[in-house]
Design a protein around this ligand. Structure first.
Ligand code: NAD
Ligand code: IPM
Ligand code: MN
Length: 364
């Protein structure tokens, strides 16, 4: 693949597009359509190169993440726009583990940023909560924890079977995500950081989280830092989400709490995320999965992918374009140009078309 000089001095943004499986293949083209409209209106070049990694290729060729993929992405792309992986024909989820976790781990995308932001009052299931009440950022540790795949079976398939799954937490890994959360709060004028763990039960792994948190927090004296056990956090975030600006937690708890947060702000169809290593090729995706229950029907909500694209634009330094794109999404919600999951009647492609037009007008 020809190398176009980019991050250092180039002007075109080079994006790897990985639609994946199920509704990933439906929402990602809409996000790309909208991004093309953004780039065209802003007269800033953006190049898209698509990769067909996913269940079809895995079943056809036995290939999940192709040899050399990591190096190409790392060296020749600025960012990745990812759909979703998961297919009932691959019950082991092997290809998803290889590709998605492979990209997160091998590109060392240690920050999983998952904003929870209510964009229209009517979308929250919480009574009497409005837009100003639900606006927080979840930072999920994304490079280790229970996800590393260390473990094994003993006497598999027998009555005496033992299954072990190790929770791997490094000093470096814990410290960098906690610091990132504090830095994010500081740079964005946010006053509160909450670290959440289960140190009352996980007395090794989360003892490390406790010690690192206590060591780092005095460096951010202007920030009100607090600790909650994850079970309590799950309760408090529903009881009163106004308490939170920034939450930082481990890989598994971040996965769970971000779906909970997504629902408080309108559901999985709207939730975006960034898998980030500052300064390096990073991956942007909706929080949701491949949704086999609605795949192929043309009704998947593309807004999670579009909002992930706005996060990507910001990461690329395209700030005004990111703002315009978010405004267009707000307008779609305001005017009910949305899919059935949000109470609308539009199909996936119609939402994409509408947003592309809207963002063009905004950027002209
Ligand atoms: P899911 O997120 O795919 O779906 C959960 C529910 O939310 C379903 O009812 C679905 O219809 C709905 N939903 C999700 N996205 C939507 C959208 N954009 N518009 C409208 N409705 C939407 O979670 P699941 O069903 O637990 O998982 C399905 C597959 O996806 C599994 O194989 C799982 O491992 C995988 N998965 C992948 C990712 C990823 O690639 N990042 C994330 C989560 C799950
Ligand atoms: C997510 C997904 C993944 C995760 C799965 C598909 C491995 O749920 O991106 O939230 O747990 O990280
Ligand atoms: Mn998840």
């Amino acid at each position: 693949m020809p190398g176009i000089p980019l991050r250092n001095g180039g002007t075109a943004a080079r994006i790897a597009v990985i639609p994946g499986d199920g509704i990933g293949k439906e929402v990602t083209p809409e996000a790309v359509k909208v991004l093309r409209a953004v780039a065209g209106s802003a007269k800033r070049p953006m190049e898209f190169i698509e990769f067909d990694w996913g269940a079809d290729k895995f079943l056809r060729e036995g290939v999940s993440l192709p040899v050399g993929a990591i190096e190409i992405l790392r060296d020749e792309f600025d960012a990745m726009l990812f759909g979703a992986l998961g297919d009932p024909r691959v019950p082991s989820n092997q290809h998803a583990a290889d590709i998605l976790l492979g990209l997160r781990f091998k590109l060392d995308l240690y920050v999983n940023a998952r904003p929870v932001e209510l964009l229209h009052d009517r979308l929250t299931p919480l009574r009497d909560r409005t837009e100003k009440d639900i606006r927080l950022m979840v930072f999920r540790e994304n490079s280790e924890g229970l996800y590393v795949g260390v473990g094994g079976f003993f006497k598999k398939g027998t009555a005496d079977e033992i299954a072990v799954q190790e929770d791997v937490n490094s000093r470096k890994g814990v410290e960098r995500i906690i610091r990132y959360a504090f830095e994010y709060a500081r740079h964005n004028g946010l006053k509160r950081v909450c670290m959440s763990d289960k140190s009352n039960a996980m007395n090794f792994a989360h003892d490390l989280w406790q010690r690192v948190f206590k060591e780092v927090r005095p460096e951010y004296a202007e920030i009100d830092s607090r600790h909650l056990y994850i079970d309590t956090l799950a309760m408090e975030i529903v009881r009163d989400p106004r308490q939170f600006d920034v939450i930082v937690t481990c890989n598994l708890f971040g996965d769970i709490i971000s779906d909970l947060g997504a629902q408080l702000a309108g559901g999985l169809g709207l939730a975006p995320s960034g898998n980030i290593h500052p300064g390096k090729t990073s991956l942007f995706e909706p929080v949701h999965g491949s949704a086999p229950n609605i795949a192929g029907k043309g009704i998947a909500n593309p807004l999670g992918s579009v909002l992930a694209s706005a996060m990507m634009l910001e990461f690329l330094g395209w700030k005004p374009e990111a703002v315009a794109l978010r405004e267009a999404v707000r307008a779609a919600l305001q005017e009910n140009h949305v899919t059935p999951d949000l109470g609308g009647e539009k199909r996936t492609q119609a939402v994409g078309d509408w947003l592309a037009e809207r963002v063009e007008v905004k950027l002209k």
